[in-house]
Design a protein around this ligand. Sequence first.
Ligand SMILES: Nc1ncnc2c1ncn2[C@@H]1O[C@H](COP(=O)(O)OP(=O)(O)OP(=O)(O)O)[C@@H](O)[C@H]1O
Ligand SMILES: [Mg+2]
Length: 351
Amino acid sequence: MIRISKVSKTFQINGEPRTALDNISLEIRAGEVFGIIGRSGAGKSTLVRTLNLLERPSSGQIIVGGQDITALDSAGLQRLRRRVGMVFQHFNLLQAKTVAENIRFPLKLGGELSAAQMDARVEELLQLVGLAEQRHQHPAQLSGGQKQRVGIARALANQPDVLLCDEATSALDPETTQSILRLLLDINRRLQLTIVLITHEMDVIRAVCDRVAILERGQLIETGEVADVFLFPQHAVTRALLAESHQAGATDLQSLRAELGASTHGPLLRLSFLDEAATQPLLSQLSLELHLQLNVLQGTIGRIKGRPFGQLVVELLHTEQDPTLLAKLQQALRQRDIRFELLDEPLEAAA
Ligand SMILES: Nc1ncnc2c1ncn2[C@@H]1O[C@H](COP(=O)(O)OP(=O)(O)OP(=O)(O)O)[C@@H](O)[C@H]1O
Ligand SMILES: [Mg+2]
């Protein structure tokens, strides 16, 4: 759907160049919810704004639906903006207009529909976002969540193929955030709409995204399926973002033993399971087979986009009596294709 290829963007600030995007390449597939996460200033908004050319890249290519958008003339650009809808953090509604008029506005600009067709489309959109009863109210009379529903309906008015959401839930409380995310997921499925969603919250990524890209200082540092990135983060920044949201994959290895208390002495391992592996009674099997005891110190289980996962930190006991236990356990885990990390060696061995 979207191919971003070697895109860079440099701003001039008081005559000084500042690189906001540094040679970014990635692909966003049709029909997926693609998340972009990173710290403030990482370049998320700049990247997303290049997708409808609100920001023009300094170099590189952006292909949307087979078309290089950096080469479009102004008529082509107008058509592009209709195919790519956008939802904003602070809603950007017209305060003097009603809910229905706000949604009707982009249809009028499009200039292709009769008045009756516009009425019908507005009605359809009001139903879709659940605002039929608020149609004659003004934005000031709406809650934040309702305002964002208007923003979403407006962005969908001209039946875009892609919806860009820049921190669309950041101004909302957690419960309202959930309801807006559910709406976006519902729209994604029902309309087979591609959604590109920027957030600084890992929880949002986990709740709705299929794949995710992590930006740091203008660079793409990691990208992949959400479950894989959550369980097997490759980059320190990803791990830090996960740690801040208390997600699986998060723990800072060094501080772990201290955090878990002085009572632990044996080697610590982190086991990560995805899909099939997450449904097996692994720990009891290993205990029986290898005659070893595992102490579960920390654990998360759940689902990421429907994929069952689990992540456990376990301590292997009694290695002082049988020093071969650790090697046996590691071998058994490898045989079963279970991903694991040895977080640290037993204290006795280290001492
Ligand atoms: N119009 C602009 N002119 C000059 N510099 C800009 C402009 N827009 C963005 N920048 C700079 O580009 C960098 C990336 O900004 P961007 O807004 O894309 O970050 P972000 O990841 O969206 O951050 P946030 O999470 O705070 O929204 C920052 O250093 C910012 O100061
Ligand atoms: Mg931003």
